[in-house]
Design a protein around this ligand. Structure first.
Ligand SMILES: Cc1ncc(COP(=O)(O)O)c(C=O)c1O
Length: 226
């Protein structure tokens, strides 16, 4: 080899203990840290399949859902957002995004790449959307999908979700909820609240690794997130 190895490779990794002040605080529990030093299994070992089944049960519990399509992916919260949107949007679809901070616009940046026509319903600064505002926008735009954030980390707004699923289904619209900064810190009921798709990022309030769930796959624009 022409290059010599960098000096850092010969030093022990020095990771100080800090309090992580994201939504949480979000330091990993000892149980999760310990699990990272367990032996590696192959993806076809029966023990791997059992662990995956157990993880799925855990995910169903935290999302409060019996949905079979409940799974973990190795990605950050944006990976869950992208997987949810790219599997639901077909080019030309009109979608509605709730704006309670910056995340509704972030989701629209992604949705536009999948060919969506994006419409917005915007809450008053520092406030959540009301059911009346959401219904008015559903009637006006007739979207196929409504995206909303439960806990908007850019403003601290907590969006109540009771009744939103019923409203969306009344207007034949799927409900997608971002719980990246809220799951584990505030109640969430995927089935009871009739949420069609929800994802989270477990590095925040859940103090672990990343997860999302999906109900229905439609298009295949993104190969990796499909
Ligand atoms: C509400 C919300 N959604 C999505 C994300 C994106 O998550 P990540 O940074 O893990 O990609 C964040 C990150 O702060 C967030 O607060």
């Amino acid at each position: 080899m022409d290059m010599t190895p960098p000096n850092a490779l010969f030093q022990p990794l020095n990771v100080p203990s800090k309090i992580l002040m994201g939504p949480g605080p979000s330091n990993m529990s000892q149980r999760i840290s310990d699990s990272l030093s367990l032996p590696i299994l192959g993806h076809l070992h029966p023990e791997t399949l059992k662990i995956m089944d157990d993880v799925k049960l855990g995910c169903q519990y935290i999302f409060q859902t019996k949905n079979e399509v409940t799974l973990c992916v190795s990605a950050s919260g944006h990976g869950g957002m992208e997987a949810s949107l790219c599997n639901l949007i077909e080019p030309g679809d009109r979608i509605l995004l709730g704006v309670t901070g910056l995340w509704g616009h972030r989701a629209s940046d992604m949705a536009k790449r999948y060919g969506a026509e994006c419409k917005f319903v915007t809450a008053e600064t520092g406030s959540a959307l009301t059911l009346a505002q959401i219904e008015e926008a559903l009637v006006k735009y007739r979207p196929v999908l409504f995206f909303v954030v439960q806990g908007d980390s850019s403003t601290g707004v907590l969006q109540p979700l009771e009744g939103v699923g019923e409203l969306c289904h009344k207007y034949n619209c799927l409900l997608v909820v971002d719980t990246v900064a809220s799951l584990g810190g505030t109640p969430f009921y995927a089935d009871k609240w009739m949420v069609d798709v929800v994802y989270t990022g477990s590095q925040k309030t859940l103090c672990g690794m990343n997860l999302w769930i999906e109900v229905e796959g439609i298009s295949f624009e993104s190969c990796y997130s499909d």
